[in-house]
Design a protein around this ligand. Structure first.
Ligand code: SAM
Length: 256
């Protein structure tokens, strides 16, 4: 996403007990949560947010995307069952959530997204995919995944983690804002069950190279596939990349 979304706010992570007293460069990129939601998305939000969005304590205030680090999500309670859990980071307009949740009703899907209009859109797509009701195996947490995943979920709790078309930050001076870093890889590896899979996709060659460099260097991960992820639908980010002549890279790493 670009810098131009309305509603930008300050460094929400400033003073966060996990981040510490200084803001990270990457947190500047999505301190905003809002912007205007189209009417249909707002209506979908009004119909479904209560059941699909998880209410969590936020130590820096209700509008913050930083979850209180002492909070632990009870996944069984959130979904009303225990099933293999897919964690999606940056679900955007919800395409992968909608196709995944309907294709795999035996799995649960927990998405982290900081862009509120995207969540509204996702709720509409989920409702359409579910024939009028959001599939019961989806929950969304309006939170910064890079921070929240350090604390919210129990280690080894995820069967798969999906990071499809993370914000590319193409300018060299903005690369430090990219979410896939060695620290983030540590966070995801902690989250994955042994044998669990981290699936990533991007249409930016240099980001793909840097992802591979970071993940190849991680002792807890092994590259197992560069084929298209089985449940990954075509989204506008893939279409836009292809139209611009960029190649799509898929990566799947297994937690050793
Ligand atoms: C380029 S979009 C891709 C959306 C979707 N995965 C797709 O393929 O269509 C990246 C999304 O990640 C979200 N995002 C970026 N950083 C995030 C973070 N730290 N935590 C949660 N969501 C994040 C953005 O708000 C945006 O919706």
């Amino acid at each position: 996403m670009s810098d131009s979304r309305p509603g930008a706010r300050g460094h929400y992570a400033l003073g966060h007990p996990v981040i510490g007293p200084r803001p990270l460069a990457r947190t500047r990129s999505f301190t905003r949560r809002g912007g205007r939601m189209p009417h249909t998305h707002q209506q979908a939000w009004d119909r479904h947010a209560g059941e699909v969005l998880l209410e969590v304590p936020r130590s820096l205030g209700e509008r913050s995307t930083a979850v209180d680090p002492s909070y632990r999500l009870d996944v069984g309670e959130a979904f009303g069952r225990r099933a293999p859990l897919v964690v999606e980071i940056g679900s955007g307009a919800g395409d992968a959530l909608a196709s995944g949740a309907t294709a795999r009703p035996d799995w649960d899907f927990l998405a982290f997204e900081v862009w509120r209009p995207g969540i509204g859109h996702a709720l509409l797509k989920l409702e359409q995919a579910g024939g009028g009701a959001v599939p019961p195996n989806v929950r969304i947490l309006e939170a910064d995944a890079a921070l929240a995943l350090r604390t919210v979920l129990e280690p080894g709790g995820a069967h798969e983690v999906w990071t499809f078309f993370p914000d590319p930050w193409p300018k060299a001076r903005h690369h430090k804002r990219r979410i896939v870093t060695p620290e983030f890889a540590d966070t995801v590896v902690r989250l994955l069950a042994p044998g669990g899979t981290w699936r990533l996709a991007t249409d930016w060659d240099d980001y793909a190279e840097s992802m591979q460099e970071v993940l190849d260097a991680h002792a807890g991960l092994r590259l197992v596939s560069t084929e298209r992820a089985p449940l990954r639908p075509v989204t506008r980010f893939e279409r836009r990349g292809v139209e611009a002549g960029r190649a799509i890279t898929d990566l799947a790493y297994v937690r050793i």
